[in-house]
Design a protein around this ligand. Sequence first.
Ligand SMILES: Cc1ncc(COP(=O)(O)O)c(C=O)c1O
Length: 147
Amino acid sequence: MTDMDRFKECLDKLDPDSIVCVASTSSCFAPRTCDDLVGIAKECQTRNIPHVCNNAYGLQSTRCCHLINEAIRVGRLDAFVQSTDKNFQVPVGGAVVSSSSRSFVEEVGKSYVSLSISILDFEKVNLLKPTTLPHTDTRDELPCHHF
Ligand SMILES: Cc1ncc(COP(=O)(O)O)c(C=O)c1O
């Protein structure tokens, strides 16, 4: 649960230029629930502050995917990051950095040895619906950007 009043109070006290980003979390262990991604995204847009969401388990959840879509639609959510082993059941740890901006993930890919995927590609491979990818080498099958 996000205390939006307290969150705004904290932001009011800071110079927006001194904030690298706001980090929200979609899914987490109970009793914590999903942050108010939409409220945070709106606030970040108004104040021109970058917003990154830890979507660790969230690709399997229609609720988290919906909230991420909404946050992007009505506010500012620059990137959302998901764990490979938690969502794709692959045996190696890793993260998929995603954004509604293809150029953003391309920039991330240049600065970090990773597999980056834009939201456009997610839609192509149907990852924004709760689904389990084949357990084979999915890297070769996905239209991803490899850096
Ligand atoms: C909420 C949350 N975020 C991020 C992580 C890190 O995930 P990973 O180590 O698979 O990247 C975990 C791991 O348990 C988690 O519970």
